[in-house]
Write a protein that binds this ligand. Structure first.
Ligand SMILES: *Cc1c(COP(=O)(O)O)cnc(C)c1O
Length: 345
């Protein structure tokens, strides 16, 4: 890996971050808070929340097998994705390399930050050759994006391929593991200490059943996390979200039950989809959704919409012609979908 200083934008490396009122007295005891121009009434939401979410990180760290100092928390993973660009990529000069098809936000954030977004197409079985990914890089490539299990294709990538990219590339490698709780493969976040250039993304939005609270996680070296914390808005994760996340962690059993239920449903839905005459291919999946190639994605999508059933039409995504991405729902939702598809035309 190149030195972190040579990878980070100069202005960010030199940035003097905003110092919030609570930072200045930190570590001391106090009971009268007249430092932040808050309203003294309406406890507890009258107070600014902990800018570094220390209580939540202390609970998350052992669950995720990382140290609290290796965790960044943001307003969804989307905040972390945007921060990767703002910390590492000089607009109009640097570039990033990503597989395609993959999650759309990497490109949107590249475009917003005026950073060139290079893509390497996956093969027919949704794999990539590490060498091809590395060949797409040049001296201005700061970041490689890998999503595993990949959205929208659903598959995990072989560990050796990701390992090869991590050890051969001199810049930052982001592994988005938003769906890793649905996969049986070991997640890369457990290997943080082996790779100084890795950033792993996780989210509360999928397996943790909490998309509404907007809580995303990034795991990386302490040095990288310090940079993220410098650039983020001071109070980026609100109090209600921090408290809700803590209570979810206390109620871990409910999450585990839901995950088991989704796994069982997936085992019913995949073969049932396979049997439908309109389905040409059910792609293997390590996530809580499945990509299927159908006879006419646009028409079937509209047919389902008319029945009040929404799936994701990926027909216009590179390599995904006539593909629909279907999330595994409850037993009843899945049956409704399958019933509708059986009656199609
Ligand atoms: C859903 C998803 C996320 C989650 O984004 P949030 O902003 O945390 O809700 C991240 N990455 C991928 C690949 C996803 O599909």
């Amino acid at each position: 890996m190149k030195t972190l200083e040579s990878l980070v934008r100069l202005n960010i490396w030199a940035l003097e971050p905003y110092s919030c009122a609570r930072d200045e007295f930190k570590g001391r005891e106090a009971h009268v808070f007249l430092d932040a121009n808050e309203n003294p009434y309406n406890d507890p939401i009258n107070r600014y929340p902990d800018p570094l979410q220390e209580k939540l990180k202390a609970r998350l760290a052992p669950m995720k097998g990382v140290r609290p100092s290796q965790i960044f928390l943001g307003n969804g993973s989307d905040e972390a994705i945007d921060l990767v660009y703002r910390v590492f990529c000089n607009p109009g000069k640097d570039n990033v390399v990503a597989i395609a098809p993959t999650y759309g936000m990497y490109k949107v954030c590249a475009d917003i930050n005026d950073v060139e977004y290079r893509t390497v197409l996956l093969s027919d079985d949704w794999m990539f050759e590490p060498e091809v990914l590395l060949d797409a890089c040049d001296s201005n490539t700061k970041v490689i994006w890998i999503c595993s299990p990949n959205n929208p294709t659903g598959n995990d990538f072989p560990r050796e391929a990701i390992h090869k990219v991590l050890t051969s590339f001199e810049g930052i490698v982001v592994i988005d593991e938003a769906y890793s709780d649905f996969s049986t493969n070991q997640p890369f976040r457990s290997l943080l200490d082996n790779y100084p250039n890795i950033i792993v993304l996780n989210t509360f939005s999928k397996a943790w059943a909490s998309a509404a609270i907007r809580l995303g996680m990034a795991f990386a070296s302490e040095e990288i996390i310090v940079l993220f914390n410098k650039v983020k808005y001071p109070y980026n994760v609100n109090l209600l979200t921090q408290e809700k996340a803590l209570s979810l962690i206390e109620d871990r059993g409910a999450i585990d039950n839901w995950l088991a239920q989704i796994r069982r449903e997936k085992e019913n839905v995949l073969p049932a989809l396979h049997e439908l005459p309109i389905v040409q291919k059910v792609f293997p999946t390590d996530a809580n959704f499945v990509l299927v190639r159908v006879t006419d994605a646009d028409q079937i999508y509209r047919y389902l919409i008319d029945k009040g059933i929404v799936v994701r039409n990926r027909n216009r995504v590179q390599l995904c012609k006539d593909c629909l991405r279907i999330t595994i729902g409850t037993r009843q939702e899945n049956n409704e979908l399958l019933g509708a598809l059986r009656f199609y035309k």
